[in-house]
Design a protein. Structure first.
Length: 164
């Protein structure tokens, strides 16, 4: 069983009957995995990306409990401690957990993206959020210009949202 599969199983347990959240993270995971593989990233980066994608929104539950909000800034604040707890319970080493927690704690911060896994996670989350939020063509074009950098992410975005 892969690390990502173990984390996905734990995240489904974590969210319980919150099917909306489960479906969201599974879609982000799928796009992240796909973009990472299409971009040919190394196996350690792919592992990091897949685990981070599975837990990227783990802070939502605490954010909604504490702040009555799922805003990105609260997710970034509450997500890393929750991810650390979950990944620690699954036996991941502390260095890997720290890398995942960095991505969880920054996945709504779009300036200073400093690694390919970080870039891909943001793109995957955008692909899903643009659809789930019913974004306008103008919003999609803004995301294309300001967010997307990978060839594979751009291709998916264009195939999914631009009907030319």
């Amino acid at each position: 069983m892969t690390d990502a599969t173990r984390v996905i199983e734990a995240m489904i347990d974590y969210y319980g009957t919150d099917l909306r959240r489960i479906n969201h993270f599974l879609k982000v995971f799928s796009f992240a995995k796909t973009i990472g593989e299409l971009e040919g990233i190394d196996s350690d980066s792919q592992r990091l990306l897949e685990v981070a994608a599975a837990v990227h929104d783990i802070g939502i539950k605490k954010s909604e409990e504490k702040y009555n909000s799922s805003a990105g800034k609260y997710q970034e604040l509450e997500g890393p401690p929750e991810a650390k707890r979950l990944l620690g319970s699954l036996g991941f080493d502390s260095d890997f957990i720290a890398e995942v927690c960095y991505l969880v704690g920054h996945h709504h911060t779009y300036s200073d993206i400093n690694s390919l896994p970080y870039q891909i996670l943001v793109e995957a989350d955008f692909l899903v959020n643009l659809y789930e939020d019913g974004a306008s063509l103008s919003a999609v074009k803004t995301a294309e210009e300001k967010i997307f950098r990978t060839e594979s992410g751009l291709k998916l975005l264009k195939n999914m949202f631009f009907f030319d």
